[in-house]
Design a protein around this ligand. Structure first.
Ligand SMILES: [Zn+2]
Length: 82
């Protein structure tokens, strides 16, 4: 599951900081003269999120909840390593 551009539905590689708004390169350039306000979707973080989202899509409904789940998971893994 990849993030889709909120305008055209193509695969998004940019997002606006601190928002759930995603854009493909074409729409990002059309709508933002200054691409500095956009951040590149972090591929590794996104893969992890997508993986977890698939596993948890029945219980996690927002990106914010998902972030909390990831933090909890990381803490659990730390405990297991010790
Ligand atoms: Zn687009």
């Amino acid at each position: 599951m990849v993030k889709k551009c909120m305008i055209c539905g193509e695969e998004a590689i940019y997002k606006i900081k601190d928002t759930p708004d995603y854009y493909c390169p074409e729409c990002a350039e059309e709508n933002f003269s200054d691409l500095d306000m956009l951040v590149k979707v972090e591929e590794e973080a996104q893969k992890l999120k997508n993986f977890l989202k698939e596993k948890m899509e029945d219980i996690v409904h927002t990106e914010e909840e998902l972030d909390k789940m990831i933090v909890m998971k990381e803490k659990n893994e730390d405990v297991q390593d010790n």
